[in-house]
Design a protein around this ligand. Structure first.
Ligand code: ADP
Ligand code: ADP
Ligand code: MG
Length: 592
């Protein structure tokens, strides 16, 4: 059996443990060179030829830095390996002109690696990380396959790649000046006006990049990508911070590239968006941080269903113990529950923006989701509940303790994640924290990292964990899914549910991922109005009513997938779209 050993270089701290792995490795004790010290980094190097897979070093390492993995037998030569005891990628997708290809998989499973290879930024080494890699070798390796032509053109500079990076918040540090100047300067395809329209950017054209919100930056980044001329476009998480309407606008704009004959590759964790966006997908499976395998090409519906079911038929691989279950919940009757918090009709006036909230109640043990456009007052409402903002009129009748995770998480903390937890998670260190929060959010892997170096998803996990650790009546999460992968979204949903119920509390979650909302909501509240001008918060009610209200305003209908019951967007003006609109059932039609 082939076996790989992974050493997490961030976690490995030989100065603190004095090479405990070498000390206990039976190979080293018998004077085989199973583990040696790397001259340069002073960290251990584990020989995969000599390692017997006994697992002793894994257990002994005080930092959990070593992972020995038995690879599935079917795997042959890797496509790329970053170095000894580092991540390995198996396989590459083949892009198709005039088509959108989606990549679906956990964080740390190799999606960006694939993008870097296909865009020419990284030359794959086929596992020979000590040798010289070159495009000639790559072209030779793929002789006779579709990838050969691709890499030939790429190496010859005949393919231009345009890329939208994942972390758009960093964009304003690189690109200065106002939005209009930026977009005009990249408009190689002469589509400036059209794209400004499609992505609703008119109002921000005169603004400086550094004054844009996350969602505005995201749309500017998508626009700047689509406007440039190239053959191959890739989008790394194009929908974080966007609301549902903006997500569907982004889908339209990105799909129009394919209609113009371009090859498009997209990484996306919002399943409803990925579904509407892609023609085909590849699922990545393996072990995050260890190895990643690219599945065969699957039609988008079948592929997402396979992911949800946790089983890839063609590959005969189980990627999750259980399927993700979507349930069509019966509407909750009004006034069915024990009131936890209650508020009167309320108003909040800012200069230029006013929010009106309809009186409402929140019950014990429930999860209420809140959705609506960006800039319509969701965060403001959350802050009023949290006591951070005072309403101009009206009041919170039943005062409760609130734990609050803001939308944008502060990341300029200078210490480690562990120090952050000591300061911000009151129950950190207890057994209950370990089992209910630490384990599901995989915090052990973050402890020694500096908070300011955490990835978007890592920071999100840390922030949600700290919020859940507070003792509160209502847990408020503003966009907790941003930068989390599908698995992490589900794990977060389950952890929130468990804690809410065990503490007899409630959660209010602002989010735009419809599949996640469907999975987690007991009830929901709709925000409507004119973004940036005025907003109205309707009282919490059952999901079906809220969705009908919300989707009715947007003119979008969803059906349920027959097999998995997951929500899917209907094509505008399709038979189902028209039928559901006629019946006023924008979301719920039973089995279609
Ligand atoms: P994803 O995009 O799916 O989140 P990535 O392709 O970014 O995953 O990373 C896959 C794995 O490869 C991660 O464990 C990451 O730490 C590792 N990795 C990425 N770049 C490098 C590198 N330059 N050197 C070593 N390991 C790397
Ligand atoms: P959402 O969370 O729905 O995106 P927000 O509640 O963050 O919306 O903001 C709604 C509107 O209120 C926006 O136009 C925003 O600029 C404005 N706003 C929010 N906070 C303040 C404030 N402290 N002062 C003035 N305007 C504000
Ligand atoms: Mg907000």
């Amino acid at each position: 059996m082939s076996r790989i050993s992974i050493l997490d270089k961030d976690r490995c701290q030989p100065k603190k443990c004095n090479y405990v792995c070498m000390h206990y490795c039976p190979g080293v004790r018998m004077e085989e060179d199973t583990i040696v010290i790397d001259e340069k980094s002073k960290k251990p190097l584990i020989s995969e030829e000599l390692c017997s897979g006994c697992g002793i070093c894994t257990n002994r390492c005080p930092f959990g830095a070593i992972n020995v993995i038995n690879l599935p037998e079917a795997l042959e030569e890797p496509t790329h390996r970053y170095g000894q005891n580092s991540f390995e990628l198996f396989g590459l997708p083949v892009l198709k002109e005039g088509s959108v290809l989606g990549l679906l998989g956990q964080n740390g499973i190799g999606k960006s690696t694939i993008m870097n290879i296909l865009s020419g930024q990284l030359i794959p080494n086929f596992g020979d990380y000590e040798g010289e890699s070159s495009w000639e070798k790559v072209i030779d390796h793929y002789k006779g396959s579709a990838l050969q032509n691709y890499f030939k053109s790429l190496a010859a500079g005949e393919i231009k790649v345009v890329h939208k990076p994942q972390m758009v918040d960093q964009l304003s540090k690189v690109v200065k000046g106002n939005v209009k100047t930026l977009l005009t300067s990249v408009d190689e395809r002469g589509k400036l006006d059209e794209i400004i329209d499609d992505l609703d950017l008119k109002n921000v054209l005169e603004r400086d990049m550094e004054n844009l919100s996350g969602g505005e930056l995201q749309r500017v980044a998508i626009a700047a990508t689509v406007l440039r001329e190239g053959e191959f476009y890739y989008f790394d998480e194009p929908t974080s911070w966007l609301d549902v309407r903006q997500r569907l606008n982004a889908v339209k704009v990105i799909r129009s590239l394919a209609d113009d004959g371009k090859s498009v590759l997209v990484i996306e964790h919002d399943l409803a968006t990925l579904d509407a966006l892609s023609d085909n997908i590849h699922i990545l499976y393996g072990q995050p941080g260890g190895y990643g395998v690219v599945s065969g090409n699957k039609g988008v519906r079948v592929g997402i269903n396979a992911y949800i079911n946790g089983f890839l038929q063609e590959e005969n691989i189980r990627i999750r113990k259980q399927a993700i279950e979507f349930s069509i919940r019966p509407p909750t009757p009004e006034d069915d529950g024990e009131v936890l918090s209650e508020y009167s009709d309320m108003k909040k006036e800012f200069k230029g923006f006013s929010l009106e909230a309809e009186a409402g109640k929140i019950y014990h043990d429930e999860i209420v989701t809140a959705f609506g456009s960006n800039g319509i007052g969701k965060t403001t409402f959350a802050k009023i509940l949290a006591g951070e903002e005072k309403p101009t009129e009206g009041e919170i009748l039943e005062k409760v303790n609130i734990a609050y995770k803001p939308q944008y998480i502060v990341s300029d903390y200078s210490g480690t994640a562990q120090e952050y937890l000591f300061e911000n998670a009151p129950t950190y260190g207890t057994n209950i924290f370990k089992s209910e929060i630490g384990k599901p959010f995989e915090l052990d892997a973050l402890l020694d990292k500096k908070v300011k170096n955490l990835s978007g998803g890592e920071l999100q996990r840390l922030a949600v964990a700290c919020t859940l650790s507070q003792d509160a009546d209502i847990y408020l999460f503003d966009e907790p899914t941003a930068f989390l992968d599908v698995e992490q979204r589900l794990i977060a949903a389950r952890a929130i549910r468990k804690i809410v119920e065990s503490r007899n509390a409630a959660a209010l979650i602002v989010d735009h991922d419809i599949v996640f909302i469907d999975y987690i909501s007991d009830r929901a509240m709709v925000f409507s109005g004119e973004p940036g001008l005025n907003g109205k918060a309707y009282k919490p009610t059952d999901l079906r009513n809220s969705m009908n209200h919300f989707l009715g305003d947007l003119g979008i209908t969803f059906r349920r997938d027959k097999e998995t019951k997951r929500p899917r967007v209907n094509k505008l003006d399709s038979y189902l779209d028209r039928e559901q609109k006629e019946q006023g059932e924008y979301y719920y039609l039973k089995d279609n």
